[in-house]
Structures are given as C-alpha cells and as structure tokens.
Design a protein around this ligand. Structure first.
Ligand code: SUD
Ligand code: ADP
Length: 313
C-alpha cells in the first residue's frame, strides 16, 4: 500500500508595475512617503507549501540562482511571521517557481512573501483575516500588502496603506528585462542625491507631499490606454537611469517599436511599455528583442487579482 500523499497548497501571485510613483522627501526613518499606483500584471510566481520537519526554501526558474535560500528569503520571513502570530512552529517546505525577474523593480520577493502568507494560512488552517494578513504583509515590506490585494491600488505612506482603484478594461504591457538587478535602497539614495545635487533638498521639508495624479486615475477608470500612456510617471526613473545609463536605449527602442507609453518599472532596471492593444504589444516585443538592448522580453496584460490559492487548501 502506498503512503497517503502529503497535502500541499499552491498560490499564484502577480508581479507589479507602478504606473505612477511619486516620491516625497526622505523621512527621519529613512523611508520616503509615496503616492504609488500599483498595477498587477499576468506575469507571476507560484509558491507551494508542503508540511516538513523544519522551514526549507527551494527555488526553480531561470533566475533561481539569484534568490536567497536562507532565512532572509521573503517567503521564509512570511512563514515565520505567520507561525509566530498563531503560536505555531514554521515547519514548512516552500517551493518558489520563479518567473518574476529578480531585483527587477517588479516586486518579486514581495510577491513571494504575500504568496507564502496565503499558502501557509491555508496549509495550517489558521483562517487569518484579510486585515491581519495585510498588517503582517506590511511588516515584511512596503510592497507586500499590494501583492495580497492585486488589481490596481493607490499605496500611500511608504506604499503599504492601500486604496483599491476602479479600472475600466484590460491594458497590454511589454517588459524588457535587463541583465542584472538594481538595489531598491540604492535607487532611493540616488534619487535623494540627485535632488540634493540639483539644489532642491531631499528631506520632507524640501520635497512636496506626493499626490496621485487625477488624470491618471481617470485614464485607469476609463480603460483608456492613450490617456494612461500620457500620464505614466516614475520619480525614481532619473535615479535608475543615472545608475544604469544603458536603460535609455531600451526605453528608446520600445518607443521606436510602437509603444504608446514607456517607463522604468519601480526602482528598475526592468522597463515597461504600454501598447495600444494585444497585437501591438507583440510587435513592440519583437522590436525590443531585435534591438539587443535587453536580456529578454515579456508580453503580458493586466490588471489581475492578488495572491490566490490555485491547488489544495
Ligand atoms: C520602489 C518600490 C515601488 O513599488 O518597489 P520596487 O520597484 O523596488 O519593486 C517600493 O517602494 C519598494 O518597496 P519594498 O521593496 O517592499 O521596500 P522595503 O523592503 O519596504 O524597503 C527597502 C528599502 O527601500 C527604501 N524605501 C522603500 C520604500 C519607501 N517608501 N521608501 C524607501 O526609501 C528604504 O531604503 C528601505 O530600506
Ligand atoms: N523570494 C525572493 N525572490 C527574489 N528575491 C528575494 C526573495 N526574497 C528575498 N529576496 C532578495 O530581495 C532582493 C530584491 O528582489 P526583488 O523583490 O525581486 O526585486 P525588487 O525589490 O526590485 O522588486 C533580491 O536581490 C534578493 O536578495
């Protein structure tokens, strides 16, 4: 007689692009207040949780060798945090099937943290409320709550105070993945340095409070790609370009290839291109691939839902 199969739970979780990223001054705690309009795309990771004797992480996928397997992995931190909250031991094997570029400004680590919270909650039967999951997510990192929510949302504070936003249709995106990542803290530091160098100052007294752009919110609600393209904005883009000047050629190649909007995704170095429809996205992707200005190209769409159980639970 064969042994009963171990139960396991698989959660799918999306990557994000920031269609607006307005960055305020550096706060005394060294974070920055943001008006961060997150947009979840149909490119994501899968995290599978299986009972084990202790906490163990494995990773598969093309960038697997760049993902830490120790306690610093956001999925491991999420499992420990949820277990601690419920007075349990975090004895679980988490397997990450990684498709989100690592250190690419698409919040892949945050996505895995959110997915691990949902997967472990289902595996352990702990029935954690969405409000508590969102609080635990915010302890893990500024981008983690959004990965739970998905869709499109405005993130205030350091990005963790979320308000879901209405969206009137599907938008078509192309992502150009760069060789090598950029460190998020380094990009925020470069943003401050550029502001200081320009004589504006970089603290909260010098930089205006970040605000969501009403035109951008209207474009999303109307499902209007041309209006969204015109409103795309990322205050971290000059810093990402300063640290990685080669990204200018990638942005130009996408615009020349027919993208109606271009921007660096979050802290970069992935570049995001908005296409007018699905067909045009394919030709933008072909132009980017032919340009030789990026490592790989992905065609996708959104918005899509946040972390959700697909198998088990
Ligand atoms: C820039 C954004 C845009 O969505 O994401 P990425 O593009 O890197 O994915 C986020 O703000 C990144 O969020 P996340 O990656 O969760 O950052 P955290 O772990 O909370 O913070 C890492 C470091 O980034 C800086 N940081 C982060 C968020 C924020 N509002 N202000 C900051 O200055 C701080 O230096 C902090 O120590
Ligand atoms: N599950 C994970 N997946 C990817 N990176 C992780 C993970 N957990 C921790 N990290 C660390 O977080 C860093 C940032 O990765 P990631 O979240 O992919 O990028 P970004 O912050 O640019 O969106 C990585 O360089 C890695 O050291």
């Amino acid at each position: 007689m064969s042994a009963a199969p171990q139960p396991s739970v698989t959660v799918r979780v999306p990557a994000k692009v920031n269609v607006q990223l307005a960055v305020g001054g550096r706060r005394p705690d060294s974070f920055h207040d943001l008006a961060n309009v997150f947009f979840a795309v149909a490119l994501g990771d899968e995290v599978t949780a299986t009972p084990a004797d202790d906490l163990r992480i494995t990773v598969s996928g093309p960038d697997a060798d760049q993902v830490p397997l120790d306690g610093s992995n956001l999925a491991a931190r999420a499992a420990r945090l949820l277990a601690e909250h419920h007075g349990l031991r975090p004895d679980v094997h988490l397997h990450i099937a990684k498709d989100i570029p690592v250190a690419g400004g698409m919040a892949g680590g945050s996505a895995d943290g959110a997915a691990a919270l949902v997967a472990c909650d289902a595996l352990w039967g702990t029935g954690t409320s969405q409000d508590v999951l969102l609080e635990l997510a915010a302890e893990l990192g500024s981008d983690v709550p959004f990965a739970l929510l998905g869709g499109v949302a405005l993130g205030l504070g350091r990005g963790e105070i979320l308000r879901p936003l209405p969206v009137g249709g599907t938008f078509h995106w192309v992502f150009a993945v760069a060789d090598g990542g950029l460190s998020t803290p380094a990009v925020f530091r470069e943003c401050d340095r550029l502001r200081d160098e320009a004589g504006h100052g970089s603290d909260t007294a010098s930089v205006p409070d970040p605000q969501a752009d009403p035109e951008l919110l209207r474009a999303l609600a109307d499902g209007d790609p041309a209006a969204l393209a015109a409103a795309l904005a990322n205050d971290l883009q000059p810093a990402a370009l300063s640290l990685r000047p080669a990204l200018a050629a990638t942005l130009r190649a996408g615009a020349d290839g027919g993208a109606i909007g271009t921007l660096v995704s979050g802290s970069g170095p992935t570049c995001a291109f908005l296409a007018k429809d699905a067909e045009s996205a394919v030709s933008v992707a072909e132009a980017l691939a032919a340009s030789g200005t990026c490592r790989s190209v992905r065609v996708t769409h959104g918005p899509v839902p946040g972390a959700a159980v697909t198998t088990g639970g």
